[in-house]
Design a protein around this ligand. Structure first.
Ligand SMILES: [Zn+2]
Length: 129
């Protein structure tokens, strides 16, 4: 696989900068919503247990969305550091170039596809070795 050109890196960096601003907004909104969403009233005692569990569920979902946004933001910040360090587009596990097509789909990717698959499997059930 060919190394990325500076032009490709610049285009991917611009995509990430854009995405970063969106994520920052979403995280801010998500946190604000978790603080005073309409369902928060249901938590204050007047609602029955059913409403309360729905309210808790919705709050958990809001938190999960924020957590996911924060993870993606972290990936982007890490990718920007790799651009600055000149190691962007290289798999952090095996050092192979990450394909440009993969980076177009997810510019903050830090692993090549095979390593990412191994990584994701590793997070699931313990390997049977
Ligand atoms: Zn790899």
């Amino acid at each position: 696989m060919d190394a990325l050109t500076q032009k490709q890196i610049d285009a991917l960096a611009a995509l990430m900068a854009q995405r970063k601003r969106r994520l920052e907004d979403e995280i801010r909104e998500g946190l604000a919503r978790a603080g005073h969403e309409p369902y928060a009233d249901a938590l204050s005692g007047t609602a029955d247990a059913g409403d309360e569990s729905v309210a808790n569920l919705l709050r958990d979902v809001a938190h999960a969305e924020v957590a996911r946004d924060i993870d993606e933001l972290r990936d982007i910040v890490a990718a920007e550091r790799r651009i600055a360090a000149g190691s962007y587009g290289t798999c952090i596990d095996c050092g192979a170039p990450i394909g440009h097509r993969r980076l177009e789909v997810y510019p903050a990717a830090k692993r090549c596809r095979p390593c990412q698959e191994i990584h994701e499997k590793g997070r699931g059930a313990a390997p049977s070795l």
